[in-house]
Ligand binder design. Structure first.
Ligand code: ADP
Ligand code: MG
Length: 346
């Protein structure tokens, strides 16, 4: 999606990806191999005027090497911080951004102490490598807690209080090389089993100002360049930060058709030091993920205001293989289209 956004601006791409069938290879020079394959990383550094990433588990070794040889945005610091959920929580704390009460745990004793302090249900997350609900478990009782810890086989974890939120929202923002910041509409997100299912933009949202303030603190602290998403729990109007993503984000996919300038184009503009594009939305928009399977193309395209993005990835359970954006004149019409797409996705 970054490459698709960049071609009209005259940009060309080389992509390093461990997947043989990476969909970006159709649009870009393919560097097929592991993220820590030094030969490929060197080739990438040699080919590129600027490097970015849209996946967080790139080794510090590779990102450090790249950043030494070619401008790399967002910085390796943002990436490294994001690779440890405990470091991430501590950063939120330093910036006085409220979060769910959390403890770092490795042993049964530490976990018991965390349960005493935080209560049940308790959510356990691996400090590193989790995404789309992977590397997470929920424990309702002490017995479950012990089993869950054993299943994680000694990897460092965080234990989080389970938050009874009213809704989940995210704020996608972009910061340019000159420090200029622009915000997209608040995205209201529905997750199921830890995976994002749908997003709707909310143009006039009561939590927008607070969300802007939090994301601005984060970006300023990281001297951030590019698009960043901050996921938040809305607990009756109070926001708790869940996690941030130092990259373009699934809850910003709606901006391709739903905003004046997409998150992808704005990320490229930012990392190239170009003026940012307007982030205003063009109306009520919803984005629905296709998970594990793709509905029939003609059936999707028959729906008014529907835009279909098929990623050409092999369908597997719980894998995001495409998304559908819906636009409508009014929120009511939008919800009617959402219901129609949900039927297709069933
Ligand atoms: P990732 O997106 O990297 O898999 P998250 O921490 O965002 O990990 O968790 C995925 C989803 O699980 C969240 O969007 C939310 O729906 C749910 N979740 C995570 N942490 C909590 C929590 N402390 N309380 C309630 N729900 C949570
Ligand atoms: Mg998340």
């Amino acid at each position: 999606m970054l490459a698709i956004a960049g071609y009209p601006l005259g940009l060309r791409f080389a992509v390093l990806d461990p997947a043989e069938d990476a969909c970006a290879f159709q649009l870009a020079e393919a560097l097929h191999g592991e993220y820590d394959d030094r030969t490929l990383v060197e080739r990438l550094a040699g080919r590129a005027d600027v490097v970015t990433y849209e996946f967080e588990n790139v080794s510090a070794d590779s990102s450090g090497y790249l950043a030494q040889h070619v401008p790399m945005y967002p910085s390796p610091e943002a990436l490294t911080l994001k690779q440890d959920r405990w470091a991430e929580k501590q950063l939120f704390e330093q910036l006085e951004i409220p979060t769910a009460p959390t403890r770092a745990v490795e042993t049964h004793t530490e976990l018991d102490a965390a349960a005493d302090a935080l209560g049940f249900p308790l959510i356990l997350k691996t400090r590193s490598y989790g995404y789309d609900g992977k590397g997470q478990a929920r424990a309702e009782t002490r017995e479950e807690l012990a089993t869950v810890l054993d299943e994680f086989e000694g990897v460092p974890l965080i234990a989080e209080k389970c938050i009874a939120f009213k809704r989940e929202v995210s704020i996608v923002a972009v910061r340019g090389l000159n420090g200029e910041v622009a915000f997209y509409d608040i995205a209201e997100n529905v997750h199921h089993e830890g995976i994002l299912r749908s997003t709707r933009n909310r143009s006039e949202d009561p939590v927008a100002d607070t969300a802007h303030d939090y994301v601005q603190r984060l970006m300023d602290r990281l001297d951030y360049v590019g698009v960043l998403a901050l996921e938040l729990f809305d607990v009756d109007g109070q926001l708790l930060a869940n996690e941030f993503a130092p990259r373009v984000h699934n809850s910003g996919h709606w901006t391709i058709e739903g905003a004046e300038t997409s998150q992808f184009e704005n990320h490229l503009r930012a990392i190239l030091g170009m003026p940012l594009g307007a982030t205003a939305s063009v109306g009520p928009t919803a984005m629905l993920n296709c998970i594990g399977q793709l509905p029939d193309t003609a059936a999707v395209l028959a729906l008014p205001g529907a835009h279909y993005h098929r990623y050409d990835k092999e369908p597997r359970p719980r894998r995001k293989v495409g998304h559908i954006t819906l636009r409508a004149e009014t929120p009511d019409k939008l919800e009617a289209s959402v219901a129609a797409v949900e039927k297709l996705l069933d």
